[in-house]
Design a protein around this ligand. Structure first.
Ligand SMILES: Cc1cc2nc3c(=O)[nH]c(=O)nc-3n(C[C@H](O)[C@H](O)[C@H](O)COP(=O)(O)OP(=O)(O)OC[C@H]3O[C@@H](n4cnc5c(N)ncnc54)[C@H](O)[C@@H]3O)c2cc1C
Ligand code: SF4
Length: 513
């Protein structure tokens, strides 16, 4: 949906580039504190009323500009990638919102490999509590893993979809624990400040194509609505092309909107463009990189999927796709870190595309296979991915349509990731066999874009400090998936949001804005 709003601000206290899980909560916090906040978002507004139950029509929710992939295990981007629109990737995320576990943040202390985060679980916990309440996360009364919760989830869990019921059956047979997952979709209606009533989930199953009911907590109808209610200006279709600098400080940003170039001056700049576009902008502009760490340590969750064909109807496009979880593999003997297992819901075109990529099946055989679509079910893992020097983002010499160098992302799974994939594949094949699958196939893949501008205490080894402030440029902050020092065995959005609020509170406490 094209916005008719025109840019009115030429200056702001804070400009936030990108409106996803990293940019939105911070924008709301700073606007509520009375600061003049402008959010520049390259994509357009996609309110629930514009969302079609059609995954092809909804492709515009994804960042589809070309990204070049290199390395032994090149990462697929496109629809396996970041978002584009007001709300960023939350427009198409599945809304699984598990918390990181405390030991996820201490990999190096525990294993002598990977890195420790420069913060404790306790610093995230109070934000987890707050965000889950604000977004209206649906979740179980008792969660079997991690520290006991201080406050219950605000809404009861959503009903299981077909794949989740089968996963539950298979895990039970093997003695593995499962739980209804925490999901940032409403099982009951909720009043949302700045937006109005969000309806309960109708289980239409198209979360990755956008949510037409407003049940799913996308940033546009939650934190960005709150930010706008407190006076923030949100300019969609505003593509940032440059950061202006004078001496050791940034003075504003250059962006293109409606085919015209604009300049916005700002006292503080927050980069929330995601783990590809954030380092891309910094490398292009030659900024904040005295450490040489911008673009380094790209990570993607170890994410193999196992699919099975069942006699009973599964109807994989129905029901909430983010349904069931097991964290019993949080620690596995012989591996650094571990993984969680989750059930999958899948729309038909996405499924067919993955089946082609995973098996190389074409033509008549593909048609025949798709006749059985209503009987397939999938599970997958999200596993730790260790930071590695061989995995990085660089600028290529190829240019995109705007004349900007395309980013090239190198990724090769390390020994730990490969062994984790083998372990998970063997276990999930057993789960599907125990659940009664007739045919089983695997689709090895990597999920999520993580790292590339890591946080840390040491300016020689990190891009930003533990609160997201650039070591080299004191009025530049980063709030998105790029600051993660390690991948965490958990879906990232909740932790990105927690860090976003923590950064905003720190800015306010320090009088840094
Ligand atoms: C299919 C899919 C399902 C997922 N499901 C889950 C899930 O269930 N749970 C979970 O936790 N995570 C999930 N994720 C991952 C999660 O959504 C992302 O990791 C997270 O939302 C990233 O947040 P971010 O703020 O770092 O970046 P984004 O949300 O990608 O935000 C970046 C924003 O910046 C904008 N931008 C970029 N460059 C510019 C520029 N130059 N000028 C202006 N704007 C710019 C982009 O348009 C975008 O809107 C999923 C991802 C995919 C692909
Ligand atoms: S399944 Fe529920 S949360 Fe997902 S798109 Fe449908 S209504 Fe929205």
């Amino acid at each position: 949906m094209e916005s008719t709003r025109t840019p009115s601000a030429v200056s702001a206290d804070v400009v936030v580039i990108g409106s996803g899980a990293g940019g939105a909560p911070l924008s709301a916090r700073l606007a509520r504190a009375g600061l003049k906040v402008t959010v520049l978002e390259a994509g357009l507004r996609h309110p629930p009323s514009s969302v079609a139950t059609d995954e092809v029509a909804q492709a515009g929710l994804f960042w589809m500009d070309e990204r070049l992939s290199a390395g032994r295990d090149p990462v697929a981007f496109g629809r396996n990638n970041s978002g584009c629109g007001v709300g960023g990737s939350t427009l198409h995320y599945t809304a699984y919102t598990p918390r990181a576990q405390p030991d996820d943040l201490r990999l190096h202390s525990e294993f002598g490999r990977g890195v420790d985060w420069p913060l404790d679980f306790g610093e995230l916990e109070r934000y987890y509590d707050e965000i889950e309440g604000f977004l209206g996360v649906s979740g179980p009364a008792e969660y079997p893993w991690g520290p006991p919760r201080r406050v219950p989830y605000p809404h009861p869990p959503l009903p299981l979809n077909g794949a989740a019921e089968l996963m539950q059956r298979g895990c039970e047979a093997l003695g593995l624990r499962t739980s209804a997952a925490a999901n940032a979709a409403l099982s009951r209606p909720q009043m949302q400040e700045g937006y109005g009533v969000r309806h309960a989930c109708t289980h239409r199953g198209f979360c990755q194509a956008g949510c037409a009911t407003g049940a799913k907590a996308t940033m546009d109808i939650t934190y960005l609505a709150l930010a706008e209610a407190h006076g923030a200006q949100l300019l969609d279709g505003s593509y940032v092309t440059g950061l202006r600098r004078s001496g050791s400080r940034l003075t504003g940003v250059e962006y293109v909107r409606g085919g015209k170039e604009h300049v916005l001056t700002a006292g503080t700049v927050v980069l929330s463009a995601g783990a590809i576009e954030t380092p891309r902008l910094l490398l292009e502009q030659g900024l904040a990189n005295r450490s040489g760490q911008v673009g380094r340590n790209f990570m993607a969750h170890t994410g193999i999927q196992i699919w099975g064909q069942f006699a009973e109807a599964v109807r994989p496009n129905r029901g909430i796709p983010g349904s069931l979880i097991s964290e019993d593999m949080h620690r596995v003997d012989g591996l650094v870190g571990g993984y969680l297992i989750q059930s999958i819901g899948v729309m038909p075109v996405t499924y067919a595309t993955q089946f082609v990529r995973g098996t190389g099946t074409w033509g008549h055989a593909l048609h025949e296979h798709m006749r059985g679509y209503n009987h397939v079910a999938g599970i997958n893992i999200l596993g730790e991915c260790l930071p590695s020097e061989q995995n990085f983002l660089e600028l290529s010499t190829e240019q995109d349509g705007r004349g900007r160098p395309k980013p090239r992302i190198h990724f090769s799974a390390g020994d730990n990731e490969r062994r984790m994939t083998e372990h998970a594949e063997a276990l999930m094949r057993r789960i599907w066999a125990a659940a009664g699958a007739q045919k089983v196939w695997a689709f090895p893949r990597a999920a999520h874009t993580i790292g590339t501008a890591r946080m840390g205490h040491d300016p020689a080894a990190s891009v930003v400090d533990p609160w997201g402030r650039a070591h080299d440029i004191r009025n530049l902050w980063i709030s998105d998936n790029s600051t993660f020092p390690s991948a965490l065995a958990a879906n990232p959005a909740l932790t990105i949001m927690a860090l976003s609020l923590r950064t905003a509170d720190h800015m306010l406490e320090q009088g840094a804005v």
